[in-house]
Design a protein around this ligand. Structure first.
Ligand code: DGT
Ligand code: CA
Ligand code: CA
Length: 574
């Protein structure tokens, strides 16, 4: 059974949580968390790196001890330390930790102060009002815990798109290799590039003689077969992801693909449109009476109701059918449109690779320019740059640019936006850079008005170029901070600034609705990788998926411009 980076990261996170509950040394706790984050952001399987003889201690945050723990887990599937912690602590603490709003600190308090270590005990204590007096809890927290506990059964787990992709890719390859399989495609929310997916919906074209259903349920990552029929099977993979497989006939493929791509709201609107034209759309085809008029290709389904094909990312019933009818569908941006990347780190701050390695990797991804934007001094956990270190890097970039071919490095910074809206480095220094990316990394809990004004003030600085990850959310881990995005977008327009769409699979920030807002208000969006190592330029594709969900065209995206036009835009002379 293959062991994935995410499996090891989960083990490290659990170790960190349990150590924290035991009041272990905070540095030790943080080491496990950092290692988990490294593994999640790695982009390549650590098992493969190890098999290739790579030295794992080269990875950020992985020392000798953690490297040997990774090897132990890959070899045995277990970590002796975690097993030991499980013996020392009550077995159900993990379920408490899984509740939203309950981190190790709070679980530790519950355990040490009130001897609560099961969900039932927690439920009773919350109902009795015994939680509100714990330090840092209060009535609101108590209510939230009660809601979480009572809603818990009904809320299924969702997978981040990139994580689902790690499991989907090999499975699709596997299915393609089965005899009699003509085509394999993933439909559902995955095809619509939603940020998270509830399950995978896979369609195959295969005849009845094909063993595809039998092979699917026997796939070696399958943990449980939920149902199995002749044309449909549902399984759960070891990672917990559910997969529905449907076998369809060639002549129905387009109709099935449309039906199972959804969204439900889009399908309902399409069926209503068809009905008004005397047609019926279902997963087998488009019918007038009993006569099939379309269904083999997806385009034929749209054409049958007088529409052009609509890209899956738009199918949310948010105006796409209307736009299609008027011939006004956006011509969505594609990955190949990107000519540069305006946010990346090297090992000068918390990145992993050198300037030269990052430049080469960016060029290998077809990019013509790459902005190096290290953290600034305030973010000391990320080894943020002081003015001196930034000046030194600027010199290095100048020297390197003389030698580089096919790509130009731009001098930038990811400067912290301080809580009062000042920037973490002096304007005089920022003015010497090609661009200034500004970001909020602290004070997430400011009121909506304060947070918004903090960001507006940051944009007022003369050299501010791009607002990085504008809402600060981490998917499933941290809510967006509260801001008035319309004010920010309009201020950006007025100040000649740009908004980032951060392509990291955990961020995908700008949200799709805000991409659309930026486009409507005439503010260009920069799709940036925020790469911390050479492998992460591959994440740009997730940024493009999100941009497409936000209706963005090539012209709406800053880094589709040539370097010359980009420079003019950054200088405000275009
Ligand atoms: P998810 O899995 O929660 O991320 O979202 P989807 O959109 O993948 O939803 P899912 O897996 O329940 O179903 C896949 C698609 O199949 C969905 O977008 C629309 C279609 N579909 C499934 N069941 C029904 C149904 O009962 N009625 C209609 N109209 N469409 C359905
Ligand atoms: Ca689905
Ligand atoms: Ca499904």
């Amino acid at each position: 059974m293959p062991i994935h980076n995410a499996d090891i990261a989960d083990i490290f996170d659990e170790i960190a949580d349990l150590l924290e509950i035991e009041h272990a040394n905070p540095f030790r706790v943080r080491a496990y968390r950092n290692a988990a984050r490294t593994l999640r952001g790695l982009g390549r399987e650590v098992s493969v790196l190890l098999a290739q003889g790579e030295d794992l201690t080269r990875l950020p945050g992985i020392g000798q001890d953690l490297a040997s723990k990774i090897e132990e887990i890959l070899a045995t599937g277990h970590c002796a330390l975690l097993d030991k912690l499980h013996k020392r602590l009550p077995p159900d603490l993990g379920e408490l930790l899984a509740l939203p709003g309950l981190g190790p600190k709070r679980v530790g308090l519950l355990y040490h102060e009130l001897d609560i270590h099961t969900l039932e005990q927690l439920h009773r204590a919350a109902k009795d009002g015994r939680l509100r007096d714990l330090p840092g809890f209060g009535v609101k927290t108590e209510q939230n815990i009660l809601h979480a506990l009572e809603g818990r059964m009904g809320v299924p787990q969702r997978f981040k798109l990139a994580l689902a992709g790690q499991y989907a890719g090999p499975l699709v390859d596997f299915l393609r290799g089965v005899a009699g399989v003509e085509a394999v495609e993933i439909a559902g929310s995955y095809r619509r590039a939603k940020e998270t997916v509830g399950d995978l919906d896979i369609l195959v074209i295969a005849d009845r003689a094909s063993p595809v259903m039998a092979r699917f349920v026997a796939y070696d990552e399958v943990k449980e077969v939920v149902s199995r029929g002749d044309t449909r099977a549902t399984v759960i993979l070891r990672c917990g992801l559910q997969v529905d497989l449907r076998r369809v006939a060639q002549q129905s493929y387009g109709a099935a693909l449309h039906y199972f791509t959804g969204s439900r709201a889009h399908s309902i609107a399409m069926r209503a449109l068809a009905r008004r034209q005397g047609l019926k759309i279902n997963e087998y085809g488009v019918f007038r009476g009993r006569k099939r008029v379309a269904g083999e290709t997806e385009a034929s389904v749209f054409h049958s109701v007088g529409l052009p094909w609509i890209p899956p990312e738009l199918r949310e019933n948010q105006g796409e059918i209307e736009a299609a009818r008027q011939g006004a569908l956006p011509k969505l941006v594609v990955l190949e449109d990107l000519r540069g990347d305006l946010h990346a780190h090297t090992r000068a701050s918390d990145g992993h690779d050198s300037l030269q390695e990052m430049a080469a990797a960016a060029r290998a991804h077809g990019l013509e320019y790459l902005a190096i934007t290290e953290h600034s001094r305030r973010l000391s956990v990320a080894r943020g740059l002081t003015p001196e270190r930034l000046l030194k890097q600027m010199d290095e970039i100048d020297r390197l640019n003389e030698r580089l071919e096919g790509i130009t490095l731009l001098k930038g910074i990811e400067v912290d936006i301080l809580e009062d809206g000042r920037l973490d480095l002096p304007d005089a220094l920022l003015g010497r850079l090609d661009l200034v990316v500004g970001a909020v990394h602290s004070g997430f809990n400011l009121s909506r008005r304060k947070q918004t004004e903090r960001i507006l003030r940051a944009m007022d600085h003369p050299y501010f170029s791009i607002l990085a990850h504008p809402t600060g959310r981490l998917i499933q881990r941290r809510e967006p901070y509260d801001v008035d995005m319309l004010r920010i977008v309009r201020h950006a327009r007025q100040r000649g600034c740009f908004l980032e769409l951060n392509a990291h699979p955990e961020r995908l920030d700008l949200l799709a609705a805000y991409c659309r807002m930026a486009r409507d208000e005439g503010v260009l969006v920069s799709i940036n990788s925020d790469a911390h190592n050479t492998l992460q330029f591959a994440n740009l594709k997730y940024g493009v998926g999100q941009a497409r969900r936000g209706w963005l065209e090539k012209k709406d995206v800053l880094n589709t411009r040539s370097l010359r036009r980009l420079r003019a835009l950054l200088q405000g002379t275009l």
